[in-house]
Design a binder for this molecule. Structure first.
Ligand SMILES: *[C@@H]1O[C@H](CO)[C@@H](O)[C@H](O)[C@H]1NC(C)=O
Ligand SMILES: *[C@@H]1O[C@H](CO)[C@@H](O)[C@H](O)[C@H]1NC(C)=O
Length: 388
């Protein structure tokens, strides 16, 4: 009987473990599959032509770094060098570089392999004839495959970007198609600039500096509505909502909370108003208030139902009576204990002495506890005001 139960338990255990393991295996295999799929996608990613050529060149340069310290394998290296020329520019090294070409790319590996096939004769030409005098990128991507342009040139014919050479887009924007055979060379201006050449300040920016070479624009003050002529509130041509135009200071914050009649503020009947820059907010009054001009029970215009004014604060009536009762019964208990001690004292001095000590300790300890809990609860009732 017992053995059967144990076996059943073991079987159940194993089954649950086994199913859990099954789930894990499935999870792991999906993960692997996802990773693989991801890899396939990034492998088959198609980059823009110039970027793809750049990637090929980068990969080639890595191959050159990798083989920089290599020599001819085995044999008499000196003899090989003499007979076959130096390893540096040898076909052997080129083959070694090409073996791993493109395989280090994170994206567009397939495209890179195709490009290598297409451009093989250009790469060989560069390797054997041009290596000394031109850069591979320039030779391959700009001159041979013609998928890129020199920096600050754009389009099929590699025209110079507007403002070339030293003020392309006034240095306040990017030239569309820069460095590639694409784009039309128009300027895409940085924030705050506009115009064909990015030399005009955009709306809500003002011209902070200008000479024949440089235009600098800075944002208008937050209080400005639209354009401005200079920094700060004075520069505004118009003010945003929540601000008013002052002849001397420009746009000034409107204090929406300020009204002659306290009932006519912008907030609801049991709220108070807080002014801030450009606007205001309405916050709820304390529970004890019926109308207020600030937070807490000490800023009420009047007390709400169930509360009464005491020391300029609205106090909870029920809570106040309860506290008074508690206070009264506490002192009654102390009094009773003292009286009892006195009675015992008449009969037995020794016992009375012990009890008296205990009562004194009890009173001291409970008063201490009460004062501490009052401190933690924050200011509640001014106890010393309650007259017994
Ligand atoms: C154009 O591209 C080159 C790098 O290829 C960069 O240094 C330059 O700042 C770019 N110029 C513009 C105006 O986009
Ligand atoms: C250049 O192309 C952009 C769109 O990319 C277009 O908005 C702009 O008008 C074109 N500029 C010229 C000068 O053709």
């Amino acid at each position: 009987m017992k053995a059967n139960r144990v076996i059943a338990l073991i079987v159940v255990c194993c089954l649950s473990q086994w199913t859990a393991a099954e789930v894990d295996v499935e999870k792991v295999s999906t993960k692997i599959r996802d990773k693989y799929a991801e890899k396939q996608i990034s492998k088959s990613t198609v980059l823009p032509p110039c970027q793809s050529c750049k990637a090929l060149v980068t990969s080639f340069q890595k191959g050159m770094d990798r083989t920089a310290r290599n020599k001819f394998d085995g044999g008499d290296a000196a003899w090989e060098e003499e007979k076959m020329g130096s390893y540096r520019n040898s076909e052997v090294r080129l083959v070694e570089i090409q073996e791993k070409l493109c395989s280090d790319l994170e994206k567009g590996e397939d495209q890179c392999h195709n490009l290598v096939e297409e451009a093989e004769h250009f790469i060989e030409e560069w390797w054997f004839k041009k290596q000394q005098d031109t850069d591979l990128y320039e030779f391959l991507c700009i001159e041979s495959i013609k998928s890129c342009c020199p920096a600050d040139h754009y389009g099929p014919e590699c025209k110079p970007c507007p403002g070339y050479p030293d003020r392309v887009c006034s240095n306040n924007g990017r030239c569309k198609g820069n460095g590639t055979r694409k784009g039309n060379g128009s300027c895409a201006c940085d924030a705050g600039y506009t115009g064909v050449m990015c030399d005009v300040c955009a709306i809500s920016y003002y011209q902070a500096y200008k000479d024949e070479k440089v235009t600098l624009c800075s944002p208008c003050h937050v209080s400005c509505q639209g354009a401005c002529t200079q920094a700060g509130t004075k520069g505004c041509l118009a003010c945003k909502a929540g601000y008013r135009m002052d002849a001397e200071h420009g746009c000034l914050d409107i204090n929406e909370c300020f009204t002659d009649d306290r009932d006519k503020g912008p907030c609801g009947p049991n709220q108070f108003c807080v002014n801030n820059d450009g606007s205001y907010s309405c916050l709820e009054c304390d529970r004890s208030c019926s109308g207020c001009d600030g937070d807490g029970p000490d800023n009420c215009f009047a007390c709400s139902k169930g509360y009464f004014l005491k020391d300029n604060m609205c106090v909870d009536e029920a809570q106040y009576t309860r506290d008074r009762h508690v206070l009264f019964s506490r002192y009654a208990v102390y009094g009773g204990l003292t009286v009892a001690t006195c009675i015992i004292f008449q009969n037995n001095h020794k016992i009375a002495f012990g009890i008296g000590l205990a009562v004194a300790l009890y009173i001291a300890a409970s008063e201490h506890l009460i004062s501490q809990s009052n401190q933690n609860a924050g200011p509640k009732l001014p106890l010393e005001d309650v007259n017994m």
